[in-house]
Design a protein around this ligand. Structure first.
Ligand code: PLP
Length: 428
């Protein structure tokens, strides 16, 4: 099945009525050049574009499709939900069903609020942290992405411990002035921030594995140190597990490391491909949220029954056995990439959290500066060498990529061979 249109024709048409031809900037291929692919269908680990080309997908919609596209049990649950209602704008039992499944894996989340995106979840968490503590400042880390809420679209200012500067026009300087941006994995910078601004910091927001600068693991003691300083000061620790949530059998990084944040943000996997986010945490904190408390947050489609049904079916399929398989597939791909890089003489390294992988053309980095010091300049060529061999990687060097349960041996071998060929070409 193909529409008879080319990707280029679709892109030209889209640009006439959509800003840049897209609804989310990275899709425009600006970071890698060339024409974005326009897709018609996805099944298992494969994407099919309008020209009838098939790709092994390692973007997986940026993480949600952990079971693969079109998983039969998920589709059946969604079809059933659609037949019952598209939306009530009122309560349904499905919301508590999904909340209970999340709580079973995230015991730090006593109470949960669903949203329609990860961005909204983080915005709600930040407002709640400020409302609960009656403090204004938020600490975040350079290279972590928390959605496009104003107070978080802020980059590090010049010099250590300065307030952030807006990273987009339209974000006010006042927003920057309430967000401290620190280097990731630098616990002494965090301790210094608390020495300088103790009693004024509402929350420390962190991706417990940095998933938006490639995939950067926390160094030992970093997250533990953040827990310590926040507890000492009375600030809240907020884990943004939008990418890492349900990536490992322990639930998230908090389960893996035994750290209990005050608030957790989730998205992606918990919606199984439908628009779902969530934030939740300590009962006394969450009870400050309306309707129990004064901090306002709401959503017309929050807890949407079709989205809830999709999330429930997805989490139901994530059995212990499924995580074993995801681990095996992730480990296989990690090995294949490292071997391909080694034999081509490319200095490549791979980081991995279960089925999520980061590829660096250089040593494993600890923060954004070190990520930028790797050969990110080679990524556009690598991306296209892979695309030409039918492998769809994220169209930016600063993204995590994924395997799903639907990636079979042949698919992973295809990706491995494509990396070997692409690295040889890069070297040559
Ligand atoms: N937090 C993290 C860690 C993310 O990676 C993302 C998106 O990629 C978000 C928040 C925002 O989620 P959404 O795109 O659903 O708004």
């Amino acid at each position: 099945m193909s529409s008879g249109k080319s990707n280029l024709e679709c892109f030209e048409r889209a640009q006439r009525s959509l800003v840049g031809g897209v609804n989310s900037p990275v899709r425009a291929f600006g970071a890698v050049g060339g024409t974005p692919r326009f897709f018609e269908r996805a099944r298992g680990c494969h994407l099919y574009d309008v020209e009838g080309n098939r790709y092994v997908d390692h973007v997986m919609s940026w993480g949600p499709m952990i079971l693969g596209h079109g998983h039969p049990e998920v589709l059946e649950a969604v079809h059933r939900a659609v037949d019952a209602a598209l939306t009530f704008g009122a309560c349904s039992p499905l919301e508590a069903d999904l909340a209970e499944m999340i709580k079973a894996k995230f015991p730090s989340m006593d109470l949960i609020r669903f949203t329609s995106s990860g961005t909204e979840a983080v915005m709600g968490a930040v407002r709640l942290a400020r409302g609960f503590t009656r403090r204004d400042l938020i600490v975040k880390f350079a290279g972590c992405y928390h959605g496009h809420g104003d107070s978080l679209l802020v980059s590090a200012g010049s010099g250590a411990l300065t307030f952030g500067t807006p990273s987009s026009p339209g974000v006010t300087r006042a927003c920057g002035a309430q967000t401290l941006v620190l280097p990731y994995n630098d616990i002494s910078a965090a301790r210094e921030a608390f020495r300088r601004f103790g009693g004024q910091i509402a929350g420390v927001l962190v991706e417990p594995w940095g998933g938006n600068m490639g995939l950067v693991p926390p160094v030992e003691g970093f997250l533990e140190g953040l827990r310590e300083v926040t507890l000492e000061d009375g600030a809240l620790l907020i884990f943004d597990e939008v990418i890492t949530g349900f990536r490992v059998p322990q639930g998230g990084v908090q389960g893996l490391l035994g750290i209990r944040p005050d608030i957790t943000c989730l998205g992606k996997v918990i919606g199984g491909g439908m628009p779902v986010g969530a934030f939740g945490g300590r009962r006394d904190v969450m009870e400050h949220l309306s309707p129990l408390g004064p901090v306002y947050q709401a959503g017309t489609l929050s807890g949407n029954p079709v989205a809830m049904a999709c999330g429930i079916a997805t989490l139901r399929c994530l059995t212990d056995r499924a995580y074993v398989e995801l681990e095996e597939k992730g480990a296989y791909l990690e090995g294949a990439i490292l071997e391909a890089a080694r034999s081509a003489g490319i200095p490549g390294s791979v980081t991995r959290l279960g089925s999520a992988l980061g590829l660096f053309l250089g040593p494993v980095p600890r923060n954004l500066e070190e990520v930028k010091a790797t050969r990110v300049d080679l990524y556009p060529r690598l991306f296209h060498l892979m695309l030409d061999q039918g492998v769809y990687l994220p169209p930016s060097a600063f993204e995590t990529f994924f395997v799903s349960l639907a990636h079979g041996t042949e698919d992973l071998e295809q990706t491995g061979r494509a990396f070997a060929e692409a690295f040889r070409a890069l070297k040559g």
